[in-house]
Design a protein around this ligand. Structure first.
Ligand SMILES: Nc1ncnc2c1ncn2[C@@H]1O[C@H](COP(=O)(O)OP(=O)(O)O)[C@@H](O)[C@H]1O
Ligand SMILES: [Mg+2]
Length: 247
């Protein structure tokens, strides 16, 4: 459902992503785990058609994101903290506006907006301007906005960044729910606990390249590490020295 095939992206002389190949199936949650600067955002922005790959390709539901960007975008939700909300619209207006952009109108639009307000617990602040919302509230509105067209593919760039425990765990619940509906979910993170909690499979990204891929258990086994955190550190080359025996 999501496929990267040898995707590479350079910014001038900087190689941000190199030869990235991975697939995410329907009903699967895949975590792209990597430290700051590993290339997570770049890879996800290429998939979301916001950046043009320098080499290789990416596809959503069999649609190449470079040759069929509009068709591909219709099938995915993209969430990123760098995407602002329109501060002058209320939460409800914003969700409705994005519904309209996706071709919803009339009663169908009204019903869908009401559903999103309910689903993301936006009711209490639905009529407040986006500019006046807290970080956690903005996150809920961002998710509602990204999902208003009910796409089969979810692409989430560090979805819990900056959220408190309650909002973060609401986001985790939401991701699990979407998996239950058969969606393909690709999210990036640098937080190990989130991977442990949510991911069916994980790809460890280090300096733009996939250093390892598998279930969390497979990654630990391959890195001969007692837990995912140690495996991650070993794989990204920052393993602390002399910290007890390696198992
Ligand atoms: N617009 C840009 N121009 C030049 N270099 C960039 C740009 N965006 C990101 N980079 C570089 O590409 C690499 C990967 O960045 P990024 O994809 O943001 O990583 P991550 O999301 O994992 O933190 C970093 O070395 C970063 O400095
Ligand atoms: Mg990033």
């Amino acid at each position: 459902m999501i496929r990267f095939s040898g995707l590479g992206k350079q910014y001038g002389s900087v190689t941000a992503v190199r030869d990235l190949t991975l697939e995410v199936q329907p009903g699967e949650v895949y975590a792209l785990l990597g430290p700051n600067g590993a290339g997570k955002t770049t890879a996800l922005r290429c998939l979301a058609t916001l950046l043009a790959p320098s080499s290789g390709s990416a596809a959503v539901c069999g649609l190449d994101v470079t040759t069929s960007p509009l068709e591909a975008r219709r099938r995915m939700a993209f969430l990123s903290s760098s995407m602002g909300l329109y501060g002058r619209l209320s939460a409800r207006e914003l969700v409705a506006y994005f519904g309209q952009l996706h071709g919803l109108e009339g009663a169908a639009l009204g019903a869908r907006v009401a559903e999103m307000v309910e689903l993301f617990g936006i009711g209490d602040f639905a009529d407040r301007l986006c500019a006046k919302l807290s970080t956690g509230q903005r996150q809920r509105v961002s998710l509602a906005r990204a999902l208003v067209h009910d796409p089969p593919v979810l692409v989430l760039d560090e979805p819990t960044l900056g959220l408190d425990l309650v909002s973060g765990s609401a986001t985790h619940d939401f991701i699990s729910r979407e998996r239950g509906k058969g969606k393909a979910v690709l999210f990036s993170t640098h937080q190990i606990d989130e991977v442990d909690l949510l991911a069916d499979r994980v790809g460890v990204l280090s300096r733009g390249a996939l250093a390892a891929e598998g279930t969390p258990a497979e990654i630990m086994r391959r890195a001969e590490a007692p837990n995912l955190a140690r495996a991650f550190l070993a794989l990204v080359g920052d393993a602390p020295l002399a910290e007890g025996p390696r198992t």
